[in-house]
Write a protein that binds this ligand. Sequence first.
Ligand code: NAD
Length: 261
Amino acid sequence: MSLNGKVALITGSTSGIGLGVARALAGAGADIMLNGFGEAGSIETLRAELAAEFGVRVGYNAADVSKPAQIAAMVAETATSLGSVDIMVNNAGIQFVANIEDFPADRWDQIIAINLSAVFHGMKAVIPGMKTKGWGRIINIASAHGLVASAQKVAYVAAKHGVMGATKVAAIELANTGVTANAICPGWVLTPLVEKQLQDRATKDGTTVEHQTHALVAEKQPMVKFTTPAQIGGLAVFLCSDAAATMTGVPLSIDGGWTAQ
Ligand code: NAD
C-alpha cells in the first residue's frame, strides 16, 4: 500500500516504538515529522538517514508533549513545513513503578500529562485539519495496560485506560468525517522504557538482566517473546490503509496473548 502524499506526525519517535512506527510509515511513502528527546546531533543523523533510506521528507520538532502549547505549535509547524498532518500517532510515554502509597505525586502528574493529556491535546490540534481534508488517521499507542492492570503502575495504567476512553470518544465524534481513531495495545516491547525496568528488577533482586528478561515476559504473556517496534509499525501502516477505513474506536492488542487470559 502507498502512503505517498500523506504526512505523519509521530510523538516520541526518536526511540523505541515511535521510531519503529516512523520507519514503517516512511517505508510506505509517508512524509514524517519526528518528535522526542535526545542529543541534537544524533537526532539530525537519524532524520537524514530516514530521509535518504526511504526517499521521503523528514522533519523534526522538539516539542515537549507535557506542554499543550508546544503540541499545538508542533502541529502548526508540521502543516506549514510538510503541508498537513494526515496521520497523527500519539506515542510518547514514560513509566514509573511504585506502590500507590509510595508513588510520588509529581510522578503521577508527569505521567498523566505525557501519557494521557498529550493524547487529548494532540487529537484536538489535528482534528480540524483532518476534517477539512475529509481523511485522517489518529493512532494512539496505548498498552495492554489500557485494558488490564498490574501492581505498582497506577499512573501508567490509569493513563492508558484513559487513552482508550479518549480514543473511543474521538471515533464516535469523527465517525462520518473520513477520520478514524484507534489504539494499539502492545504487550512487552524491548525498548529503553522496558530496559530500565529490567535493570531495576535485577538490581532489586540481585539477579541478572537476562534472568529478569525471561521472567518479566513470562509473568504476563503466554507467548514468551517480545513484540518488535517494526511489528507495531506494520499494524500502524495497516490502520492507514483502505482495508481499515471502517475500523474505529478499537483497541488493537499485539501482546503475545497477555489480554487473552
Ligand atoms: P521509549 O522510552 O523507547 O521512547 C519514548 C519516546 O518518547 C522517546 O522518543 C522519548 O524521547 C519520548 N518522550 C518522552 N517524554 C517526552 C515528552 N515529554 N515530550 C516528547 N517526547 C517525549 O519508550 P517506548 O517503549 O518506545 O514507548 C513508546 C510508547 O509505547 C509509550 O506510550 C509506552 O507507554 C507505549 N508502550 C510501550 C511498551 C513496551 O513494552 N515498551 C508496551 C506497551 C506500550
